[in-house]
Ligand binder design. Structure first.
Ligand SMILES: Nc1ncnc2c1ncn2[C@@H]1O[C@H](COP(=O)(O)OP(=O)(O)OP(=O)(O)O)[C@@H](O)[C@H]1O
Ligand SMILES: [Mg+2]
Length: 515
């Protein structure tokens, strides 16, 4: 719930004090010591507030839940940006959802005057900067954003009982109707970056990848199973809560380059209508930062770590006893215990560790917010630590493999609009015998030369040529490897024979007493 504070101070109105203050103010302001000046300023403010018939109401970005932006604050933001856009003096125009309609909203940090059932209300967006140099564990602690609502005290009941619920409902409705899905990144540093919305640790752009399960080329049964799994996950809130599990699911996508792992992620996001958080692990300084990033993600989202084997040194066994001391200060060896801020602060310089990542996936913090999918992709599943990808952490392992005939049919339909063709028989045979990635097959079905029309006959003939070439190259490579293996074996056998001869010679020498 949002933190709503109605400010009211109980100081008695002292008219004479006020009059003296007004007269003495210029003198005091120039000559009084700093401490007294500050006290007087506060006093004057409080007095003015007490005497004023207007009430102030504050809605903080981080309410009682210090880790998550308050729902109410977000609703107010949406309400003011869109519902009150016509009444603001400074506006911002943007292309809205799917870049189809023009959307006008209130510019950042603009005050807005609203009216409700005859009452006038003033909204002031504000922020307070924390000047202390103390390291903060909580998000939004360095700069506190809040909205201040000012209204006449005779409207107190109207505002608290009717207006605020109205703002909450309208704000939520605006959020739903304007929801443009977003692609977030944690690696958009520098002022010249094209990303917007950089208040938090994530920056974002609209998510516009067009891939869907219809355009994804893979075995139809495997595809069906994945769609079923996703649907079951999306509809299982009650089930997850009944069995006492956090509402999240892990997918490991593995396979050679160009087999559609990234395309699959886009298809999943479009199918579920979730946002995507593309987590660049190499840009994360420490396990603490990793946790902050997780906490700042919203529900209904897919968190992706691409090429997990290359991102961070997570390979090999988990740390041995000698390293345990260090590991425990990094976040523990897979234990889910939240660490004290001071422990983490000391460890600021350290990089993300395997244990930090395990905590990220299924530590206690991972249950915040709910409805999340975590996806890792890799070209080398065998290089990953088994702890990272065990069932329960990565619930579903999906192998994306080379293009076979069923997958090819999807590509032919998408790229050429062809469902049947006389060359399909030969292509089927070649695809069974040759490993070619869907990316390479697709490339052959999409000639980029303007002069070449997308002629299915020519494209399919070109694909057959490419497949034959790939087959020949694979056979030549196989022969070369076989020859190399044979040469190595012969060399080894010759070495063993030499050793035997040497051993036989020395034992006969010994028997003859020549040494
Ligand atoms: N299964 C597929 N279905 C449809 N298109 C595909 C498929 N696989 C690859 N492609 C096409 O090939 C291109 C590259 O695929 P993608 O980036 O998804 O591969 P990847 O497995 O993520 O590769 P890498 O391991 O190098 O990251 C995509 O833009 C897409 O057009
Ligand atoms: Mg990829």
């Amino acid at each position: 719930m949002a933190e709503v504070v109605v400010e009211k101070w109980g100081l008695a109105p002292v008219w004479s004090a006020l009059a003296s203050l007004v007269f003495l103010w210029p003198v005091l302001n120039n000559y009084a010591p700093a401490g007294l000046r500050q006290w007087l300023t506060t006093f004057a403010e409080r007095l003015a507030t007490y005497l004023s018939p207007y009430l102030h109401l504050t809605i903080s970005e981080y309410g009682q839940e210090r880790f998550r932006r308050s729902d109410f604050y977000l609703a107010v933001e949406a309400y003011l940006s869109h519902a009150c856009a016509r009444r603001a003096r400074k506006l911002r125009a943007d292309l809205g959802k799917d870049a189809r309609a023009l959307q006008v909203s209130v510019d950042d940090d603009q005050e807005v005057i609203d009216s409700f059932r005859g009452a006038t209300l003033w909204w002031y967006p504000s922020k307070k900067t924390n000047r202390s140099n103390v390291f903060s564990f909580y998000p939004g602690e360095d700069e506190r954003h809040f909205y201040k609502l000012v209204f006449h005290r005779r409207h107190r009941d109207l505002v608290l009982d009717d207006y605020l619920p109205h703002v909450l409902a309208e704000g939520r409705a605006v959020t739903v109707s304007n929801r443009q899905r977003r692609l977030f990144t944690n690696n958009a540093s520098g002022s010249s970056n094209p990303y917007r919305g950089g208040k938090g640790v994530w920056s974002h752009v609209p998510f516009e990848h067009p891939a869907t399960f219809d355009t994804l080329a893979m075995d139809p049964d495997q595809k069906e199973a994945i769609i079923d799994d996703l649907t079951a996950f999306r509809d299982s809130k009650a089930y997850y809560s009944k069995v006492g599990k956090a509402w999240k699911r892990g997918y490991l996508l593995h396979g050679p380059p160009g087999t559609g792992k990234s395309t699959m992620i886009a298809a999943m996001a479009n199918f579920l209508e979730y946002d995507v958080y593309d987590l660049e692990l190499t840009a994360v300084k420490s396990n603490t930062d990793l946790r902050k990033l997780y906490i700042e993600t919203t529900g209904k989202s897919i968190i992706v770590i691409e090429d997990i084997d290359c991102s961070v040194d997570l390979t090999g066994k988990r740390k041995k006893a000698s390293d345990d001391k260090k590991a425990s200060s990094d976040g523990g060896d897979g234990d889910d215990k939240p660490k004290l801020p001071t422990d983490e602060a000391k460890d600021e310089a350290s990089k993300v560790t395997l244990s930090g990542l395990l905590n990220f996936i299924d530590g206690l913090w991972s249950a915040c917010g709910g409805e999340r999918i975590i996806i890792f992709t890799t070209n080398h599943k065998e290089k990953l630590d088994p702890a990272l990808i065990r069932r329960g952490r990565m619930d579903v392992h999906i192998e994306m493999s080379y293009c076979r005939f069923e997958a090819f049919k999807v590509l032919a339909k998408n790229y050429l609009g062809v469902e049947q063709h006389e060359l399909f028989g030969e292509i089927r045979r070649l695809l069974e015998e040759t490993d070619m990635s869907p990316a390479d097959v697709a490339e052959n079905l999409m000639p980029m030369s303007k002069r070449k029309k997308r002629d299915p006959d020519a494209c399919l003939a070109g694909l057959i040529e490419a497949l034959n070439k790939a087959k020949e190259e694979a056979e030549a490579k196989e022969k070369e490897e076989a020859a190399e293996a044979k040469a190595a074996k012969e060399k080894e056998e010759a070495a063993v024979k030499d050793d035997d001869d040497e051993a036989g010679k020395s034992s006969s020498d010994k028997a003859n007493g020549t040494i």
